[in-house]
Design a protein around this ligand. Sequence first.
Ligand code: PEP
Length: 249
Amino acid sequence: MRKKLVVGNWKMNGGQARNVALIDGLKGAIPEGVDVVVCPPYPYLAQVKALAGELGVGLGAQDLSEHSAGAFTGDVAAPMLRDVGCEWVLVGHSERRTLHGEGDQLVAAKISAALDAGLAPILCVGETLEERDGGRAEEVVSSQLASVVSQLGAVAMAGLVVAYEPVWAIGTGRTATPEQAELMHVCIRESLAGAGVAAGVVRILYGGSVTAANAAALFAKPNIDGALVGGASLVAENFSSICVAAAAS
Ligand code: PEP
């Protein structure tokens, strides 16, 4: 059985005082039976490690460099993330793909760097509204996956978490219905299995305007193994309610 995983992506939000308040609000509010991770901005990783560690909440970064060290101004390497206590890292978030032009090849190189350093990568995939309206959602997501599988190989892929995040649902308040999400999660699992990946062990998260109100219905679907949460992860009560819904499912 796949244990549910809830990951909070704080994006470019936070501050030392605000982080303390947010983590304080999670004290005693994170249930057993679910893996919980938060991904603060780089400058706060060490602070949040110290605060969240005692809650049993894991630490993730929002991105990483494909290089392990050197003259790459502004970049952060996987071994550095490990050094400050990260266990997880998001790779290929749609905001990186869209705003920073990251393509599948770079995404695969970043995943490889993460795995080499002992980080657990969370590979984000998802289609735009135009692609969905054009009937190409499954084709786009399968191709994003195939490109990574072809560079990493099936064995490495089994060590990944995949987050299905339809771009049209991120930060828009418009969520995929549980049925739409489940259909895509099945498609992702089948694509992975078709490429020889041990797909039954891969956790596939849904991301895109997950809230305390819609989480339970999403988690009730058999192939939705948790959530990648943006906006709702910035409010302790909302984030903990999503974790509680995951634990109860
Ligand atoms: C995200 O940033 O990965 C995300 C899903 O954001 P939101 O929950 O705000 O849509």
